[in-house]
Design a protein around this ligand. Structure first.
Ligand code: CP
Ligand code: NVA
Length: 311
């Protein structure tokens, strides 16, 4: 039996495969322009396939985009919160993985602990997709890359500035920068920087990733400015974070230091007035609604890859 194609972190993908996935997402999006949202793509690459979507943490975009994605690919989905499953009463991750592997063709899981997703994948005999952990959010970055390329062309060689908390979404940007060859300027407070392991791995593999604590320096000349909430799901030190990150808000003055045609991204949900102002997120440089929609198109290429229809 061949090993299932798990989508846990971008690191495990070949750059050529990532490229094929992004191109597939763009092609599928354009092919179904104007179609009703539940209409199945002409080639239905997930026909007769099913996807379980398991959530230990809240979600709007990941939940609805994966549901739309599996339908548009011609498959069927089932959504459950871990709290409603025996998983929430302590059934082992491995046992759950083995049971679901007998019932569905792939599992997307949003988990409190990244290590649990790895355990789930190790025990599963079907593809397992990371729908966000405290360590990374690879599905989000697929949508972000799709959005950037849709509006600004190939991401290779572009400069992306990450401002704020060096969190799970930032980690996946670090992974993507290394694979796809864009410059990533990160500005974080020293106490809330990205993980050393991600940075070291990026630098070892020639990633053009820089880290500082000056938002203006990070956005200088940037084509894309990205931020995220200062307090992620599961963070317990909200008050300390609000203080440490107070000078890392993305406002129009900061955007004005970026390239003239710079765009703004945020994975959402946004905390308006904290990490971003209304003027920026609702302004002409913001692509956040396209970015949110692109979760569907990006997730479709992830599923198509997991099912062996790409790469
Ligand atoms: N961006 C994102 O993953 O959103 P949800 O938490 O709503 O899924
Ligand atoms: N960094 C945020 C992203 C939410 C989509 C969190 O983990 O809560």
């Amino acid at each position: 039996m061949t090993a299932p194609r798990h989508f846990i972190n971008l690191w495990s993908l070949e750059p050529t495969v990532l490229r094929l996935m992004l191109d597939d997402a763009a092609r599928r999006k354009s092919a179904r322009k104007g179609w009703p949202k539940a209409k199945v793509d002409a080639d239905a690459p997930a026909r007769d396939r099913s996807l379980a979507m398991v959530f230990e943490k809240n979600s709007t975009r990941t939940r609805f985009s994966f549901d739309a994605a599996i339908r548009q690919l011609g498959g069927a989905g089932v959504i459950a919160t871990a709290a409603d499953m025996q998983l929430g009463r302590g059934e082992p991750v491995e046992d759950t993985a083995m049971v679901l592997s007998r019932m569905v063709d792939a599992v997307m899981i949003r988990a409190n602990r990244h290590a649990d997703v790895e355990r789930f994948a190790a025990a599963a005999t079907v593809p397992v997709i990371n729908g966000l952990t405290e360590a990374s959010h690879p599905c989000q970055i697929m949508a972000d890359l799709l959005t950037i390329e849709e509006h600004r062309g190939p991401v290779a060689g572009k400069t992306i500035a990450w401002i704020g908390d060096g969190n799970n979404v930032c980690a996946s940007f670090i992974h993507a920068a290394t694979l796809l060859g864009f410059n990533l300027n990160i500005a974080c407070p020293p106490s809330y920087g990205p993980g050393v392991a991600d940075l070291s791995r990026a630098l070892e593999h020639g990633g053009k990733v820089s880290l500082g604590d000056d938002p203006r320096a990070a956005v200088r000349g940037a084509d894309v400015v990205v931020t995220d909430t200062w307090v992620s799901m599961g963070d317990k030190d909200g008050d300390e974070r609000m203080l440490a990150l107070a000078n890392f808000q993305v406002d129009d003055a900061l955007m004005d230091h970026a390239a003239k045609d710079a765009v703004f991204l945020h994975c959402l949900p946004a905390h308006r007035g904290e990490e971003v102002t209304d003027a920026v997120i609702d302004g002409p440089r913001s692509l956040v609604w396209d970015e949110a929609e692109n979760r569907i198109h990006a997730q479709k290429s992830v599923l198509a890859w997991c099912f062996g229809a790409i790469g």
